[in-house]
Ligand binder design. Structure first.
Ligand code: PGA
Length: 255
């Protein structure tokens, strides 16, 4: 069980640069009420990364993440963003293989694997998302699906590289629906992910899918859950600060 919690806010396709800066200006004064042993990551859209990075300068407690990237370092890939473009802005994390990328943009396990390798090569921490659809769950295939996505995304990575990966279990049917996965159920799937490959024993695994201040303590109380990947509930500064505090409840004091 990891001593630290990690909570990443995935803003998806919300907030202009101005709105993102307004969030940061309202959020930074709330940091003193958030216990120290929680790592905080904000993942704005690409267009707001630079403005948010400038605003976060001197505030090391909040790390910057991107929501996607290409695996090549440069090239003729219209509309894509390369890893050095992110590191250049001070980005430290990148969400890869989010189900919305897989579902709406045809992202394959193979692409997620290439991106994961590229992230690690460029010193970015990949937050690799896996999760089953409702149809897969109903067919009793949830464990099998997430284990196969995990193995495919991390294929070929040596154990010392795996140590720099963060995983996120996000059941697709729980994202943005208000329908969250039971904490015990999520923990069992995350245990299956953890034991699916050598080298994942100590890798942080986040739960994602309709995480709110009210339910986050239930998730982080589970032995295999090290934090949360949060969409809708990360968009409001006070709400996100409350969620971060709740994510420490009963856990941070004990470490
Ligand atoms: P949600 O999104 O918290 O709005 O369900 C989670 C995610 O997509 O990462």
């Amino acid at each position: 069980m990891a001593a630290r919690r990690l909570v990443a806010g995935n803003w998806k396709m919300f907030k202009t640069a101005d709105a993102a800066v307004a969030f940061v200006d309202a959020f930074l004064p709330l940091l003193p009420m958030i216990p120290e042993n929680i790592d905080i990551v904000l993942c704005p859209p690409f267009t707001a990364l630079d403005a948010v990075a400038r605003r976060l300068r001197g505030h090391d407690r909040v790390a910057l993440g991107a929501q996607n990237m290409h695996w090549e370092s440069s090239g003729a890939f219209t509309g894509e963003i390369a890893p050095p473009m992110l590191t250049d802005l001070g980005v430290r994390y990148v969400i890869l293989g989010h189900s919305e990328r897989r579902q709406y943009f045809g992202e394959t396990d193979e692409a997620v694997c290439k991106k994961t390798i590229a992230a690690l090569t460029h010193g970015l921490t990949p937050i690799v998302a896996v999760g089953e659809t409702l149809a897969e769950r109903d067919a009793g295939l949830a464990h099998e699906r997430v284990v196969s996505q995990t193995r495919a995304a991390l294929h070929g990575l040596a154990p010392d590289a795996l140590a720099h990966v963060v995983l996120a279990y996000e059941p697709v049917w729980a994202i943005g629906t208000g329908r969250n996965c039971e904490a015990l159920d999520a923990d069992a799937i995350m245990q299956a992910i953890r034991t699916s490959m050598h080298g994942l024993t100590n890798v942080p695994i986040l739960y994602g899918g309709s995480v709110k201040p009210e339910n986050v303590p239930l998730y982080v109380a589970q032995p295999n859950i090290d934090g949360a990947l949060v969409g809708g509930a990360s968009l409001d500064p006070e709400g996100f600060a409350n969620l971060l505090r709740a994510a420490c409840e009963g856990r941070c004091d004990a470490v």
